[in-house]
Design a protein around this ligand. Structure first.
Ligand code: NAP
Ligand code: F7E
Length: 345
């Protein structure tokens, strides 16, 4: 019999990549899906259609009893907790729910494992995040964040994730659980939700090229992110749970780029050379060839507090896990724009 893995967040970006990877590695893959769903529900159908190898179990991260039943029923060897309300901007609008799901939901998962008597056998992965660091201004100005850098979250999401991070470490230390945290910097790709900036850009660029949309509206163009490809990052998650000892690992590229650079490369991919005109909220991006405005600023997308720059140092993951990213920054932008051109055509 193969190993059994249980994933939460299978309908999200990383969940889909991870389910496929674990299936290819020979695991029996189980996934928690939430809501009052029946087999006829469209979301249930969609997962079944795209990932027929996944066994679906109904449970919400807020529901300790359902999670405990799932653990008792499945008896997983590995548990990957990817479920969260993960949008930073949204977390300012609904901070209480985000604290419950993204923060306390992690405790529910750990308790469910304990209540099912699996704390000595099941290995646990927690999806921690670079949003816990908050920005180089608060830390070490000249070097990327590694596992020992100080935390200074700048959003209700970041604060909730920090709780999840520390409660996972606490269960590791208190109950000797094989519980690891992957501190992942931004990772993107064709499965990224359209509410995140990279997918919003790649989708809009494709639609503008195809004449289906006039322009793209964005918020802060000058924040910097360390962007990698999601497919590469799920391999790192799996490697963490294959170690003899649990631990915390940063997964990042070691490069950082502005939203502005992402836009320039994405538009170039469809033959549009961007020229920037104006400043602040009046800044626009113009198609050099036609003089048409294809990008403008909408302050609605600004956040009450921003993380200006994220840059990670993946040395530990590279050395200990042998983890290596395959897709570079221009390759990531190209992959996303090409995908959306095909999707929108
Ligand atoms: P995502 O696309 O936003 O997916 C989130 C998943 O969580 C969805 O499957 C969603 O299910 C599920 N979920 C939300 N609330 C739930 C609840 N109450 N009960 C059960 N499931 C619930 O996120 P992602 O980009 O794949 O990221 C995966 C994890 O890594 C998240 O925890 C995220 O915070 C973290 N992370 C992501 C990044 C990144 O750059 N992508 C970086 C660092 C850390 P529904 O479909 O039902 O909404
Ligand atoms: O924003 C700026 C925005 O929402 C990136 C999540 O997966 O990664 C993600 O969080 C930057 C920010 O991702 C728009 O202000 C400008 O500076 O794509 P994002 P994020 O906030 O970095 C971390 C590691 C996670 O853990 C999270 O779960 O882009 N930005 N204009 C915009 N952002 C959005 N969403 N929309 C805009 O129009």
């Amino acid at each position: 019999m193969g190993k059994k893995a249980l994933i939460t967040g299978v309908t999200g970006q990383d969940g889909g990549h991870l389910a496929k990877l674990l299936h290819e590695k020979g695991y029996d893959v189980y996934a928690v899906i939430r809501g009052q769903m029946e087999a006829s529900h469209p979301r249930y159908q969609e997962v079944k259609e795209k990932m027929p190898y996944v066994n679906l179990v109904m449970a919400d991260l807020l529901d300790l009893s359902a999670l405990t039943r799932a653990m008792q029923q499945i008896q997983p060897d590995e548990v990957y907790n990817l479920a969260a309300i993960s949008h930073v901007g949204y977390s300012f609008r609904d901070p209480v729910l985000v604290a419950d799901v993204t923060g306390k939901g992690v405790l529910n998962m750990l308790e469910a494992i304990r209540l099912a008597g699996l704390e000595k056998t099941a290995r646990f992965y927690q999806a921690s995040t670079s949003e816990m660091f908050g920005g180089l201004d608060y830390n070490r100005p000249d070097k990327g964040y590694d596992e020992d850098a100080a935390f200074h979250p700048r959003s209700p999401y970041g604060v909730a994730k920090l709780y999840g991070h520390w409660i996972t470490k606490n269960y590791r230390e208190s109950y000797d659980m094989h519980a690891s945290c992957g501190i992942l910097f931004n990772h993107e790709g064709e499965r990224r939700g359209p509410e995140f900036v990279t997918r919003k850009i790649s989708k809009a660029v494709a639609r503008i090229k195809l004449g289906k949309q006039d322009k793209l509206e964005l918020g802060n163009l000058d924040s910097k992110r360390d962007w990698g490809y999601a497919g590469d990052y799920v391999e790192g998650m799996w490697r963490m749970l294959q170690q003899d000892q649990p631990g915390d690992y940063v997964l990042a590229t070691g490069e950082t780029h502005t939203i502005r650079e992402f836009c320039e490369i994405a538009f170039k991919e469809v033959g549009i050379d961007l020229e920037w005109q104006g400043s602040d909220v009046d800044e626009i991006g113009v198609d050099k060839a036609t003089g048409k405005t294809v990008l403008s600023i909408n302050p609605e997308f600004f956040r009450p507090a921003e993380v200006d720059i994220l840059l990670g140092d993946p040395t530990k993951a590279e050395t200990v896990l042998g983890w290596e990213r395959q897709v570079d920054f221009p390759g990531l932008v190209k992959l996303m724009v090409e995908h959306d051109l095909n999707l929108e055509a």
